[in-house]
Design a binder for this molecule. Structure first.
Ligand SMILES: NC(=O)c1ccc[n+]([C@@H]2O[C@H](COP(=O)([O-])OP(=O)(O)OC[C@H]3O[C@@H](n4cnc5c(N)ncnc54)[C@H](O)[C@@H]3O)[C@@H](O)[C@H]2O)c1
Ligand SMILES: [Fe+2]
Length: 497
């Protein structure tokens, strides 16, 4: 009987699996395959290895971030910036709450001070935006035909402004799903120059002012996904360190958790040299590239700063110095994960948030919205102890370093250095769980209303998040594996802690 040839994909996956430990964290290398060709032969049951060109691994990484300006009260410069950019008409994006707060008032006053700088305001951004709310913003933008964009708000506002800019300017006839990450959307490249966007964050969280990422909830699919493309990064991020002073304690904490896990996930993502295939053209190199020396520096600084300052804000809403530090940390983490990427906590968070509307309908305290909401930072944190226990064996030294930050010491301290590699994960699980508990974060998925029966749906909603799963150690660099078993285990272990 003739053998059906293995598809190119399968061949490549096998070659990769054999070239590397198939499961670097968990040692499940396919038995007996000592070379790529042997692995291929075994799989095809051929006695003699066949030739197939190996897929080459990445050898380069690229660093991109918005221009950034930090300072107290710097929002008042935005009118001059837009005038300097020769704006013809400005589209100002915000949401119904931020529209009444000092950052928006300061931004509007700054625009009004300029002669001949017309602007229009869109204040219907929805917290944790959806496909419907994005479409509304896009339709509005298409009508207004503005030359420049200004976003004043949290990640929801900045992301909505990015999407409206992208699909309205040069891509007037495009559909949203043309640019949404594959496999959910077509993931088409954005090759045209978008219109200038200035982003003024009012939360210390997403780092969206630095990145080309925009996230939306797709209720029909019960998960979140987004567009990730360097072309969408703001021209300028204005990080005004007083803009977060009006945030509730819960908002400070959930956005701060986003900073924490941006930095932790980007620091522990697979190294960029393990990502494959090497792109055939530099403009195909993804924004999320895997951990790299530049992202490491930003992520580590953000991690140290968050572990030190977020608990201070939680205890004292008058601690403006800690808020200033968190505003910096959010952008630093943005530079880190914007170039390295995030992995499992984020991938798992997308169905946790998405399924909530039809399922548990949990509404987090401190969020003044008219719909169920597990804030992004909280949804990311829910799986974190189990995630980092899972990833620790992939790189014990990095995880040991992270553990030392939570323990306020150094990796060389005997309390850290004496821990055997095999136990670093368990210690990190405890350290993260204790940190989250200190901030009053719900202790696992059950605390926000999920049950054991929901685990398969949460796994299914995570599987399509390839953009981030590909960077997850133990899942991403086992090319071809979708990681279902590991994900089930991590999510089950996240039900309560
Ligand atoms: N683009 C990215 O790189 C990226 C990264 C992480 C998360 N996200 C996305 O960003 C969204 C979350 O953004 P977020 O955490 O910044 O919150 P948000 O923008 O959703 O805002 C949350 C709530 O806080 C209010 N708010 C905002 N600023 C305030 C202030 N200064 N004072 C009082 N209230 C204020 C808002 O009106 C809203 O009701 C999610 O959709 C998430 O998926 C994007
Ligand atoms: Fe995030």
């Amino acid at each position: 009987m003739a053998h059906r040839p293995a598809s190119r994909n399968v061949i490549n996956r096998l070659i990769y699996a054999a070239q590397h430990s198939a499961c670097p964290c968990h040692g499940c290398r396919s038995a007996g395959a000592h070379s790529p060709m042997q692995a291929l032969s075994q799989m095809r049951k051929f006695a003699t290895p066949v030739d197939a060109p190996p897929i080459e691994k990445e050898y380069a990484f690229e660093v991109a971030a918005s221009n950034l300006r930090f300072g107290e009260g710097v929002t008042r410069e935005v009118g001059m910036d837009l005038k300097n950019m020769k704006a013809r008409k400005v589209a100002v994006f915000t949401d119904p709450i931020v529209s009444k707060l000092p950052p928006m008032k300061m931004a509007l006053a700054s625009l009004e001070q300029q002669d001949d700088l017309p602007f229009v305001v869109y204040d219907r951004v929805v917290a944790e935006p959806t496909e419907t709310s994005w479409r509304d913003a896009i339709a509005w933008s298409r009508e207004q035909d503005c030359s420049h964009f200004l976003a004043v708000g949290g990640g929801s506002v900045m992301d909505t402004a990015k999407a409206a800019n992208c699909t309205f300017t040069v891509y007037k006839d495009a559909d949203l799903f043309d640019f949404i990450n594959a496999p959910v959307g077509k993931g088409l490249p954005i090759t045209q120059t978008l219109r200038p966007l200035i982003a003024v964050p009012t939360t210390a969280g997403t780092g969206s002012e630095t990145t080309g990422t925009a996230i939306l909830d797709i209720p029909s699919m019960s998960f979140k996904t987004g567009i990730a493309n360097r072309a969408m990064k703001p021209t300028l991020g204005i990080v005004d360190t007083i803009n977060t002073r009006s945030c509730s304690r819960e908002l400070h904490i959930s956005s701060g958790l986003d900073v924490l896990f941006h930095s932790l996930e980007s620091y522990t993502a697979i190294p960029y040299t393990e990502r494959m295939p090497r792109p055939s053209n530099p403009n195909l190199r993804p924004a999320y590239q895997g951990s790299n020396p530049v992202a490491d520096i930003f992520s580590m600084w953000a991690l140290h700063t968050t572990v030190k300052n977020l608990p201070r804000i939680s205890k004292d809403l008058g601690d403006f110095e800690a808020m200033r530090q968190m505003a910096l940390a959010a952008s630093f983490a943005g530079i880190g994960f914007g170039n390295a990427g995030v992995h499992l906590c984020h991938g798992i968070s997308y169905p946790i948030s998405g399924l909530n509307k039809a399922g548990p309908k949990y509404k987090h305290a401190g969020y003044d919205v008219d719909h169920p909401i597990i804030p992004h930072g909280v949804s990311v944190a829910l799986s974190a102890p189990a995630v980092f226990q899972f990833t620790a064996p992939s790189s014990p030294s990095r995880h040991r370093e992270v553990l030392s930050v939570f323990q306020n010491t150094t990796p060389a301290d005997p309390s850290i250095s004496a821990i055997p590699d095999s136990e670093v994960g368990a210690h990190l699980y405890e350290a993260i769980a204790r940190f989250l508990d200190g901030l009053g974060v719900p202790r696992g998925l059950k605390a926000v209303g999920y049950k054991k029966e929901d685990v398969p749906s949460l796994v299914e909603g995570t599987i399509p998040q390839r953009r981030v799963l590909d960077l997850a150690p133990g899942i991403g660099n086992v090319a071809g594996a979708d990681g279902r078993e590991h994900l089930t285990d991590i999510i089950e272990r996240s039900l309560e802690y």
